[in-house]
Design a protein around this ligand. Structure first.
Ligand code: SAM
Length: 207
C-alpha cells in the first residue's frame, strides 16, 4: 500500500487516538516554545491532524503545516476553523518535495515523521536548507534500529502485510545524531529516551 493511502485510511482513527504519554507530549511542546516568538515563521512536516501546529499558532507569526494525507489535513482545517485560528496554512506536500526558498523558516518541526520516510537523510538536509541561520529543527523520531530484538521486529512486518502499519526505517539513534551533525546541525536539547520511545531532539542551524 502506498504511504498516502495508508495515512488517508488512518486519519479518522489517528484523530481519535489518545496521546501515548500526555506529560512527555507537554514537555516537548514547551521545549519547542522556548525557540518560538511572535515573529517566528514555522514549517511543520507531517503535521497529521494539526494538533501541534494549532497549539503553537497563538505564539507565532505564521505556520505552514504540511502533510502527505489530505484526510489528515481536512481534519486539521476543521479544527483550525472551530478554534478560530487563522495563521496556520494547511498544505498537502510530502516532506521529500518541498520547493520553498532556502532560509525561509525560523523553526521546522518533524514530529513522529522521519522514521516513516524513504529517505530520512534527504529530509534532514532539506530542513537545514530551508531554515534561516540560527533556526531550529525540532524532531521526534522512533529509533527502531535500537530495538533489534523487540517484538516490534515481528509485529511491524506482520502488520504491514495486513495494511495496518506504514513503511518504516529501522534507524538507530546514533545514526540519527550523526546525520543531523553531518547536515550541519548543532544539538541544543535532547530528551533522554527510554528504549522504544521517540528521540526528541532540538537542533540549531548555526548563525
Ligand atoms: C505518526 S503521524 C504524526 C503526525 C503528527 N506529526 C504527530 O506527531 O501527531 C505521521 C504523519 O506523517 C504523514 N506522512 C507520512 N509520510 C509522509 C511524507 N512522506 N511526507 C509528509 N508527510 C508524511 C502522515 O500522513 C501522518 O500524518
Amino acid at each position: 500500500m502506498d504511504s498516502q493511502k495508508f495515512w488517508d485510511d488512518t486519519a479518522e482513527r489517528y484523530a481519535k487516538s489518545p496521546m501515548r504519554d500526555e506529560q512527555i507530549h507537554q514537555e516537548k511542546l514547551s521545549k519547542t516554545q522556548e525557540h518560538l516568538d511572535a515573529d517566528s515563521v514555522v514549517l511543520e512536516l507531517g503535521c497529521g491532524t494539526g494538533t501541534t501546529a494549532l497549539h503553537h499558532a497563538p505564539l507565532v507569526k505564521q505556520i505552514v503545516a504540511t502533510d502527505i494525507s489530505n484526510n489528515m489535513l481536512d481534519i486539521a482545517r476543521k479544527k483550525a476553523l472551530e478554534a478560530g485560528i487563522e495563521n496556520v496554512e494547511f498544505k498537502q506536500a510530502t516532506a521529500e518535495d518541498l520547493t520553498d526558498e532556502p532560509a525561509s523558516y525560523d523553526a521546522i518541526l518533524a514530529l513522529n515523521l522521519i522514521h516513516l520516510l524513504d529517505d530520512p537523510v534527504a529530509c534532514i538536509r532539506k530542513a537545514y536548507d530551508l531554515l534561516k541561520p540560527g533556526g531550529v529543527f525540532v524532531t521526534s523520531t522512533v529509533c527502531l534500529g535500537d530495538t533489534l530484538f523487540s517484538f516490534w521486529r515481528i509485529l511491524i512486518p506482520t502488520m504491514q502485510l495486513l495494511g495496518r502499519a506504514p513503511s518504516v526505517q529501522y534507524m538507530k539513534r546514533a545514526n540519527l545524531d550523526q546525520e543531523l551533525a553531518n547536515a550541519g546541525f548543532q544539538e541544543v536539547f535532547a530528551r533522554p529516551a527510554a528504549k522504544g520511545e521517540a528521540a526528541f531532539i532540538v537542533s540549531r542551524k548555526p548563525s
